[in-house]
Design a binder for this molecule. Structure first.
Ligand code: ADP
Length: 501
C-alpha cells in the first residue's frame, strides 16, 4: 500500500503576531472580570510571549449564560439544519487550513512542539477531526423500535446541552478540536478552557469560529488556571457535561466536583503507564523504532507513551543496545529551528518532576544507559534518557513520567508478561510486537487497555474510538462512539390505536 503524500513543510513564520489574548464569549472579546492577566511562556527560551486575560468563576458564569442562551429552544443554533452545522465545521476546517502556518508556528512556540511534527501531526489531525465530525452532523439519528403494546416508539439522539471542555497543554490544538468538533456536530454549545500554559492557539481558533459564522454563544473560550476557571466548570450547576483530558489526579477532582454539583456527564481521558511488549520473533528494527517513537514522541509528553517496555530475555541485550543508539541520535534545541528532533518540556514543574524520577531510577538500581539529566541551562530541556535493568517495583516503572525517558524491562514467558503488563492502575494503550498471530491475538485480548497496537505504535485515527480502561479514563473520544458521548438518548413512546407488524 502506498502511504499518503506528505505535505511540503514550509518554514515557520518569523513575524508571528499574537492577536488574541482576551476571553471569548458570545463571539466577542472580553477582559477578565477580576482585571487579572497571566503570562504565557515560551518553554524553549523561558521568555514571556504575551499576557492573556485570566478567566475565573465570574467569567465562566458569563460564558455559561451565553452558552445557555445559544442553546435555548428556538434559538438560531437549535433550529439550524444538522447539515448546516456540518457546513460550518467544514468551513472552520478550511480556515484552519488557511492559517495552518500561523497556527503551527504558535503551537511550536508556545507548546514546545517540533515544528515539522506540529505541521504534519497536530495540524493535520485537527483539520481531519473537524472534517470527520462535519460529516457526522447529519448522520446522528435514533431508531424506531418494535415495542410491546399499541405504542409507536422511536429514539432521538439529542445534544446534551452546555458542555465544559478542559484542555491539557500537550495537545492544545488537537485535543481542542477533538472535543469541540463532536460537541458541535451533535448540536451542543461549549465553554472551552485551554491549559494555562498553552492558551494561544485556542484563542486563535475562537476567532476562526466567529469568522466561520457560528452563532454567538455556541463556542466560548475562557483561558485561566485549573483550580479556579477549571474547577468553576466542573462544579457548575448549569453545565450539563464536562469533558477533560489531563492527569488522573485532576480527573478524580473533576468527577468528584461533577458528583457534588449537578451530576453532569463526565468524559475523562487521563494518564497512562502503557506497556509495550516485544517478543523475540519480532522484526527487531521495526520494534526498536516503534518503541522509541512510542516514548520519545513530543518529548514523552503523550498520555499513551510506551513507558514500560518489556523485551523477551533472548533479545534483551541487543534491543537495549539498539534503543540507546537510537536515542543518542537526537538533536535538541528550539523547536522552531530546522533540524531539531526534540524540544523542551512544557514548564519548570514538569522538568523538575522528570528529573526527580530520573534520580529515583538511578537510586533504585536501574542502569542508566544514556542521558539522565537536564540539557542546557535555558529552556526546560531533558536529555533523551534510557534505563535498562528496570524492575517492576521501581518508581520509573510505576509512575507516569511524561518525559523523554525509556524504561526497558526483561521478561521470560507470555503468562508472566501479561500479568506484569496488567499490574497497574492505568489502562490506556499497549503495544505487542511478534510475527506469531496466535501470540498477537492472545496478548491483545488479555491486555487491559483501551488501545492495543500490534506491530506498530501510536496508530491513532480520527475514525477510531480513543480512551482508557481503569484509571486511564471514562468514556471514549472520536470514532462513532465518541460522537454519541455528546448526545442524550431519548425514547419517545406514542400511543396509537392499533399497531401492525
Ligand atoms: P498536568 O498535570 O499534565 O499539567 P493537569 O491535569 O493539571 O495536567 O491539567 C490539565 C487541564 O486541567 C488544564 O487545563 C488545567 O488547567 C486543568 N485543571 C487543573 N486542575 C484543575 C481542577 N482542579 N479543576 C479543573 N481543571 C483543572
Amino acid at each position: 500500500m502506498s502511504s499518503p503524500a506528505q505535505p511540503e513543510i514550509p518554514a515557520p513564520l518569523n513575524d508571528l503576531k499574537i492577536q488574541y489574548t482576551k476571553i471569548f464569549i458570545n463571539n466577542e472579546w472580553h477582559d477578565s472580570v477580576s482585571g487579572k492577566k497571566f503570562p504565557v511562556i515560551n518553554p524553549a527560551t523561558e521568555e514571556i510571549i504575551c499576557h492573556v486575560e485570566e478567566g475565573d468563576k465570574a467569567d465562566v458564569d458569563k460564558a455559561v449564560k451565553a452558552a445557555r442562551q445559544a442553546f435555548q429552544i428556538g434559538s438560531t443554533w437549535r433550529t439550524m439544519d444538522a447539515s448546516e452545522r456540518g457546513r460550518l465545521l467544514n468551513k472552520l476546517a478550511d480556515l484552519m487550513e488557511r492559517d495552518r502556518l500561523l497556527l503551527t508556528t504558535m503551537e511550536s512556540m508556545n507548546a514546545g512542539k517540533v515544528f515539522p511534527h506540529a505541521y504534519t501531526m497536530d495540524l493535520e489531525v485537527s483539520i481531519k477531526i473537524l472534517k470527520y465530525c462535519a460529516g457526522w452532523a447529519d448522520k446522528i439519528h435514533g431508531q424506531t423500535i418494535p415495542s410491546d403494546g399499541d405504542i409507536f416508539t422511536y429514539t432521538r439522539r439529542e445534544p446534551i446541552g452546555v458542555c465544559g471542555q478542559i484542555i491539557p497543554w500537550n495537545g492544545p490544538l488537537f485535543v481542542f478540536t477533538g472535543k469541540l468538533a463532536p460537541a458541535l456536530a451533535c448540536g451542543n454549545t461549549v465553554i472551552v478552557k485551554p491549559a494555562e500554559q498553552t492558551p494561544l492557539t485556542a484563542l486563535h481558533m475562537a476567532s476562526l469560529v466567529k469568522e466561520a459564522g457560528f452563532p454567538p454563544g455556541v463556542v466560548n473560550v475562557v483561558p485561566g488556571y485549573g483550580p479556579t476557571a477549571g474547577a468553576a466548570i466542573s462544579s457548575h450547576m448549569d453545565i450539563d457535561k464536562v469533558s477533560f483530558t489531563g492527569s488522573t489526579e485532576v480527573g478524580k477532582l473533576i468527577k468528584e466536583a461533577a458528583g457534588k454539583s449537578n451530576l453532569k456527564r463526565v468524559t475523562l481521558e487521563l494518564g497512562g503507564k502503557s506497556p509495550c511488549i516485544v517478543f523475540a520473533d519480532a522484526d527487531l528494527d521495526s520494534a526498536v523504532e516503534f518503541a522509541h517513537q512510542g516514548v520519545f514522541c513530543h518529548q514523552g509528553q503523550i498520555c499513551v507513551a510506551a513507558s514500560r517496555l518489556f523485551v523477551e530475555e533472548s533479545i534483551y541485550d541487543e534491543f537495549v543496545k539498539r534503543s540507546v543508539e537510537r536515542a543518542k541520535k537526537y538533536i535538541l534545541g528550539n523547536p522552531l529551528n530546522a533540524g531539531i528532533n526534540q524540544g523542551p518540556q512544557i514548564d519548570k514543574e514538569q522538568l523538575d518532576k522528570i528529573l526527580d524520577l530520573i534520580e529515583s531510577g538511578k537510586k533504585e538500581g536501574a542502569k542508566l544507559e544514556c542521558g539522565g539529566g537536564r540539557w542546557g541551562n535555558k529552556g526546560f530541556f531533558v536529555q533523551p534518557t534510557v534505563f535498562s535493568n528496570v524492575t517492576d517495583e521501581m518508581r520509573i516503572a510505576k509512575e507516569e513520567i511524561f518525559g523523554p525517558v525509556q524504561q526497558i524491562m526483561k521478561f521470560k514467558s507470555i503468562d508472566d508478561v501479561i500479568k506484569r503488563a496488567n499490574n497497574t492502575s492505568y489502562g490506556l494503550a499497549a503495544g505487542v510486537f511478534t510475527k506469531d498471530l496466535d501470540k498477537a491475538l492472545t496478548v491483545s485480548s488479555a491486555l487491559q487497555a483501551g488501545l492495543v497496537w500490534v506491530n506498530c505504535y501510536l496508530a491513532m485515527a480520527v475514525q477510531c474510538p480513543f480512551g482508557g480502561f481503569k484509571m486511564s479514563g471514562n468514556g471514549r473520544e472520536l470514532g462513532e462512539h465518541g460522537m454519541y458521548e455528546y448526545t442524550e438518548l431519548k425514547t419517545v413512546a406514542m400511543k396509537i390505536s392499533q399497531k401492525n407488524s
